[in-house]
Each structure stands twice: as structure tokens, then as C-alpha cells.
Design a binder for this molecule. Structure first.
Ligand code: HEC
Length: 132
């Protein structure tokens, strides 16, 4: 009897330790949560950006945006400001842009005030980068 209880206790401790370990490590590793980003994207970006390759809405398609040059979708009517921006879209640049679109591309035509919440931006970016 006693040894069964001990075994159970040890199992629980190990389990609890595992949880503690995960809880401590997760924030440092978390670049963004694509699953959470999907709903944030739908709310913040989905009116203007589709999630399908090649499909433009008010904004250009974002599939494949990582490493793409700004204004690279040939049949989308970008602003002159975006075409001249010489931005190469990396996660950092996308982060800065969606935080303050008008500051990063002054005179651009993305009519969006920006997403102030850094964690939400990280989630949205993780989601956008997961689009295929
Ligand atoms: C009101 C519509 C609208 C909303 C909302 C919006 N965008 Fe845009 N987005 C645009 C338009 C229009 C452009 C083209 C801007 C230009 O040419 O100056 C653009 C451009 C971009 C680009 C550059 C694309 C390229 O091919 O160079 C990125 C990246 C981007 N948006 C990401 C986002 C993300 C992520 C969100 C949500 C957090 C978002 N946008 C919300 C309309 C929108």
C-alpha cells in the first residue's frame, strides 16, 4: 500500500515539475502563437487581406510575404510610397509596419491605425508566416 502511494506521489511531483518547467520556458521561446493569430488576423486584417495565395482584397495577398520585397505583387495597385519603400519583409519589418503603418510607410495606402499589442502582433505574424 505504502509504496503505491509513494509511486503516485513521485509521479505527481514529476508531473508538476514538468508543468513548472514548461511554464518557465514557454515565454522565452514563444515567438508567437499562430493559432491565436488566426483569430486576431480575422479581426484585424481579414477585411483587407485574404489568406489565399494570389487573391487580393483591398490589400495584397500576404501568402509568401516573408522575404518578399514590398510591393512585389505585380497585379496589385500599390501606393507609390510602398513601391519606393525598398522594404524587404522580415518578421521584424512586418511587426514595425503593423504597429504603425503610417510611420513605416508614410503616404502608403494601408488604412489601418496599427495594432498596439506586441503579443497580438507576434501571434498575427506567426499566423501570416504559416500561410501556404
Ligand atoms: C483597411 C484595409 C487593411 C487592413 C485592415 C490591413 N491592411 Fe495591410 N495592406 C492594405 C493595403 C491597401 C496595402 C497596400 C499598401 C500600399 O500600397 O501602400 C497593405 C499592405 C500590407 C503589407 C505589405 C504587402 C506587400 O506586398 O508589400 C503587409 C505586410 C500588410 N499589409 C500586413 C497587414 C496585416 C498583418 C494586417 C493586420 C494586422 C493588415 N495588413 C491590415 C490594407 C489593409
Amino acid at each position: 500500500m505504502r509504496s503505491t502511494a509513494m509511486t503516485t506521489l513521485r509521479y505527481l511531483c514529476n508531473g508538476a515539475f514538468g508543468l513548472c518547467f514548461l511554464a518557465t520556458v514557454a515565454p522565452a521561446m514563444a515567438a508567437g502563437d499562430a493559432r491565436k493569430g488566426a483569430s486576431a488576423f480575422a479581426e484585424e486584417c481579414g477585411d483587407c487581406h485574404s489568406t489565399k495565395e494570389g487573391k487580393a482584397k483591398k490589400g495584397p495577398p500576404l501568402v509568401g510575404i516573408n522575404g518578399r520585397k514590398a510591393g512585389a505583387i505585380s497585379d496589385f495597385a500599390y501606393s507609390e510610397a510602398m513601391l519606393q519603400s525598398a522594404i524587404n519583409w522580415t518578421p521584424d519589418k512586418i511587426d514595425a509596419y503593423i504597429a504603425q503603418p503610417r510611420k513605416i510607410v508614410p503616404g502608403g495606402k494601408m488604412k489601418y491605425d496599427g495594432l498596439a499589442d506586441a503579443a497580438a502582433r507576434a501571434d498575427v505574424i506567426a499566423y501570416v508566416l504559416s500561410l501556404k
